[in-house]
Design a protein around this ligand. Sequence first.
Ligand code: GLU
Length: 435
Amino acid sequence: MAIDLRLPTNSIVRPDKDRFLDEVNPFEAMMSRFDRAAELLDLEPGIYKILRNPEKQLIVSVPVQLDNGEVEVFTGYRVLYNTSRGPAKGGIRFDMKVTLEEVKALAAWMTWKCAVVNLPFGGAKGGVVCDPLGMSVGELERVTRRYTKGIISLLGPDTDVPAPDVNTNERVMAWVMDTYSMHVGRTENAVVTGKPVEMGGSLGRKEATGRGCMLVTREAMNHLGLKMKGATVAVQGFGNVGSIAAKLLVREGCRVVAIGDRAGAFHNAKGIDVDAAIAYVAKHRSLEGFDGADAMNPDDLLTLDVDVLVPAALENVITTKNAPKIRARLICEGANGPTTAAADPILDEKGIFVIPDILANAGGVTVSYFEWVQDRMGYFWSEDDVNERLGGIMTRSFQEVLSLSKQHRVNMRTAAYMTSISRVATVHRLRGIYA
Ligand code: GLU
């Protein structure tokens, strides 16, 4: 299989206008959800303080010679939020808007995400402030390798295991793995997940996040008494997560009436041929010029009259401004943090059932876990095995969160946070404080 040498296909340019509308600081915004769950759990002050602080934060300078001979110095971050349950796990993103506060919030999210599906991992995130779309493949490789060298003291299969995230892909993971392996003097494929299958990647990893979205959407629709057949869906973001979620929802009988990416949004009430859209993006790298649907205002995609809305692009797209206008019955958060904390109560009041990001998009890290296990065993599973085990974990986790939400009469987000925080807190209680 040929590896795509072009820049990552899950590249996203942030549609910025209202992105920071409800946010003062992404970390504090994430923590406001944490605080609510901690209060309901009656978390003791000591553990509350521990869980509110990242374990390690590393900032590195990444000097790189550009193709034109000039030297540019990029800034890179890696935050290990909590490793009480196992090695830190979480992606690396390349984006001009990466900040330490954002990486901290995303690393905390990874901690709760791994715990909500009960993986033996802690949470981490990394990022480099750069514009990968404006870089050559060679520049991208040099940035990746030098950043990897910068954070190498943290990395290792037992300590910190990166994966792809916004604007990074399996090719980038291959460079991280090679740089680490050269450094330690042996081939260590369990140091990253989301690698090419030819070098220890797992079958089904690429599709796993989108598949997980479909699986929890199916559970939620069943719970709400909605039929998959004929249900209308709008998907924002047509990268790795949105496109696969759309494709698999169509297989379940849904009608995807709107899709959108950085190039714009497209609508077709009769249903979009999602396979054709995926083939189009594979060829043209975005939906720009896609003629299988009518172009629409991207701002209107989120407020379409559909049964299911899948925000699968970036943070903070559902805000206090557009939340009152959302008409979907169900939201499946494929992206990390698509809804601002201030918008949550508006969706609740409207009776919209939200499958929160830490549960909805946990399929990716779940198959990352399978990849890490397979690498360490040196024994690889069939795609059917991977998908079956993923299905078991996603449906079980959904049902656990749902029953907690009923028990405490809270929404799914609060119940998901309660589930994961109590799991992490239990481990802290059992381990005690090293002194
Ligand atoms: N970047 C993905 C996420 O946010 C995957 C992380 C991983 O597999 O470690 O969940």
